[in-house]
Write a protein that binds this ligand. Structure first.
Ligand SMILES: [Zn+2]
Length: 141
């Protein structure tokens, strides 16, 4: 499954397939690291959280008001921290198994992974600056 990732530096749209272990996706036109956004599913989740950078998983649903605040915040963060983080969005209506596995009680909930292991969880919508600080902390661990 491929993702279309838009370069934050030059605006080029890049079709990204599987990214080799230890690498992050970069722009074919200008070489900049791409904001790494991905729609995760129950079927793909084990692989979705494997990355050389911390992975933030956003459990959300289309009917959830606060999720519509969280979504753009995470897209901003993926642009600001391109090359340092991967953002995976999981629609809990279409993928109920994964949120149950991680004890997600309500949405939006963010679960963060490093080297495939859960390392942090945030329930509800945090302030942008607080969220960025928590994520940057993970990138420095
Ligand atoms: Zn570019």
């Amino acid at each position: 499954m491929s993702d279309i990732l838009t370069c934050a530096s030059c605006g080029a749209k890049n079709r990204v397939q599987a990214v080799p272990a230890g690498q992050v996706p970069s722009c074919a036109r200008c070489g900049a690291a791409l904001p790494w956004l991905h729609d995760g599913t129950d079927a793909s989740f084990a692989g979705d959280i494997q990355a050389s950078v911390p992975v933030i998983v956003d459990f959300w649903a289309p009917w959830c008001g606060p999720c519509r605040v969280m979504g753009p915040m995470l897209e901003d963060l993926a642009r600001e921290l391109a090359g340092k983080v991967r953002v995976v969005k999981v629609n809990v209506d279409e993928n109920p198994r994964t949120p149950a596995q991680f004890g997600v009680q309500g949405i939006p909930t963010l679960v963060m992974f490093k080297d495939g292991q859960e390392v942090d969880q945030i329930v509800g919508v945090p302030q942008k600056a607080a969220l960025r600080a928590r994520v940057e902390h993970l990138t420095h661990l």
